[in-house]
Design a protein around this ligand. Structure first.
Ligand code: DQA
Length: 144
């Protein structure tokens, strides 16, 4: 099985960026750990981090017919991007939406997501463990 991990804007700043909200691990740490977990479970994992909405849209389009599951932390695009929503709907690849922080315990504008209602599931507030949980949950969706 093939999974695609997408991390949106400012997630390249993890570790340095508001560590009290997002934790002290860098994105490289998180992705390296997730790659190991994926390998143990026979999952081929590819990854894109981008600060640009169009790059994320293009990556999703190119995943059509090649990727079984998308794990996505869209960053602030969660709250703004109809384009990412439409891209996910276009390719009909199931996805899990991930947030490190508990978006429901923060500013009101973070409570709305353009993706949650089309995602298989949503994980928030579990820190970097949310990525692991998402990978394992996605594996269950693919084998059941
Ligand atoms: C985030 C939450 C978003 O509201 C925010 O814009 C981010 C990160 C999270 O992982 O908690 O950039 O997606």
């Amino acid at each position: 099985v093939k999974f695609l991990l997408i991390n949106g804007p400012n997630l390249n700043m993890l570790g340095k960026r508001e560590p009290e909200v997002y934790g002290s691990k860098s994105l490289d740490d998180i992705v390296e750990h997730l790659n190991q977990l994926a390998q143990q479970h026979g999952i081929e994992l590819s990854h894109l981090q981008s600060n640009a909405e169009h790059e994320i849209v293009t990556e999703i389009q190119q995943a059509m017919g090649k990727i079984d599951f998308i794990l996505i932390n869209p960053g602030a695009f969660t709250h703004t991007s109809i384009a990412i929503r439409d891209a996910l709907l276009s390719v009909s690849i199931p996805c899990i939406e991930i947030h490190l922080s508990n978006v429901h315990a923060r500013e009101a504008f973070r409570r709305h997501s353009y993706l949650s209602d089309i995602a298989k599931g949503v994980i928030c507030g579990l820190g970097d463990y949310g990525y692991e949980a998402a990978l394992l949950a996605a594996k269950r969706f693919c084998t059941n």
